[in-house]
Design a protein around this ligand. Structure first.
Ligand code: SAH
Length: 362
């Protein structure tokens, strides 16, 4: 019988923590504990985030022994590209493989104002939204902070070839970011740090399906990042039908948490509202939605449903989308219709993974 064996050393390396998970301060502390100078952390950050090397060996201004020490204790997470699909509008969708064989999606979107990366926070998702492909197969595991950072680094490395820069990040890929809260916060701090990727807080957006206690915690962090909530329904009965999370945290509780966030941070909130044909897309729904968000500093983003083969929602006709928008506008609600990107490349959350990795999502 033939057997492929991983040597002990390789197995050990696979399970080492990602160096991308560390804040600069944490790296300084670690260095001091290991009898190295704290300023080496600045050099390491420079190699990781400005030079974007993929091996400790390349960090040529560090001593050989320090390079070895780093390699014995950390890994520079490298994501293996399984699929890279480019859309006619320039959107690129990546399916990456993690060290344990699971796969995640990352999307690069090109806008007039810059390049935006959509990152995944979990392998799968346990929230169970009835229209979403990411939740098929449930939650496999949380991503480490460094595995989320690595997605942005990897896309930046691709853009380096044309001297372009990742200018904004949206946490809207696979997974519920507030269900992997601490790692998500570490990720935010790392990409925001000026010695790391230096992505401005106002150029970062996080979206949640509505994990109420975490919304309070998030508000108390008082970060200046953009905040979005997947609303999708104007009343609690309908929302429970679309999103089982609403049975645990009901709409009135959710709205209360959002009011708290807006008051605490002074920032506005974005509501994502997917239009699902004949389900939540009628004028009366728009009227009810306008009432629901009245008095809240907010913006409503209408998302025409992305077709998911495993889910049987249908698209709202264009005229009806415009009528929905107009109804909201007439009530003084700030509203836009999300421009579709990458619809020819399965760019909606979890679609590519669901198609390519059926063993993970069944
Ligand atoms: N779990 C987080 C982050 C995902 S963001 C959240 O729920 O907010 C991705 C957005 O796309 C969410 O608003 C999600 O509800 C929405 N979405 C998922 N599947 C969709 C589909 N098939 N059509 C339209 N929007 C969808």
């Amino acid at each position: 019988m033939e057997q492929v064996r991983t040597s002990k050393k390789e197995a050990a390396i696979e399970t080492l923590p990602s160096i991308y998970s560390l804040q600069l301060d944490e790296l300084k502390t670690w260095l001091k504990e290991n009898n190295e100078k704290a300023f080496r952390a600045d050099q390491i950050f420079e190699w990781l985030y400005k030079q974007r090397v993929t091996s400790f060996e390349d960090m040529s201004n560090l001593s050989k022994s320090l390079r070895q020490l780093l390699a014995d204790n950390f890994t520079i997470t490298t994501l293996k590209t399984i699929i890279e699909q480019t859309s006619s509008d320039g959107t690129i969708k990546f399916l990456f493989e993690l060290h344990d064989g699971y796969s995640i999606e990352t999307v690069l979107m090109r806008h007039e104002y810059g390049n935006s990366v959509c990152v995944t926070t979990q392998v799968g998702c346990r929230i169970g939204c009835t229209f979403c492909a990411s939740t098929l197969g449930g939650l496999k595991r949380n991503l480490e902070a460094g595995e989320i950072v690595a997605q942005v680094v990897k896309v930046q490395q691709a853009l380096d070839q044309t001297d372009e820069r990742v200018s904004s990040v949206v946490i809207m890929g696979i997974g519920e970011p507030f269900d992997n809260f601490n790692n998500m916060l570490s990720f935010l701090k790392i990409i925001n740090h000026d010695q790391a990727l230096n992505i401005g807080a106002r150029h970062i957006t996080v979206s949640t399906s509505g994990i109420v206690p975490k919304i309070y915690e998030f508000a108390d962090q008082n970060m200046q990042i953009n905040f979005a909530v997947s609303l999708h329904a104007p009343n609690t009965e309908l929302r429970s039908r679309l999103m089982p999370i609403n049975r645990a945290y009901k709409l009135p509780q959710l709205m209360e948490a959002i009011r708290y966030y807006v008051e605490k941070t002074g920032r506005r909130v974005s509501f994502e509202y997917g239009l699902f044909g004949n389900v939540n897309d009628q004028v009366e729904h728009a009227e009810e939605l306008a009432k629901l968000v009245k008095g809240i500093k907010c913006h409503v983003n209408l998302i025409p449903v992305n077709y998911v083969p495993e889910r049987d929602y249908v698209r709202t006709p264009k005229d009806q989308i415009f009528l929905f928008e107009k109804t909201l506008k007439n009530h003084g609600v700030n509203v836009t219709i999300r421009r579709e990107q990458g619809s020819d490349i399965d760019a909606a959350c979890g679609q590519l993974r669901a198609k390519e990795r059926q063993e993970e999502t069944r």
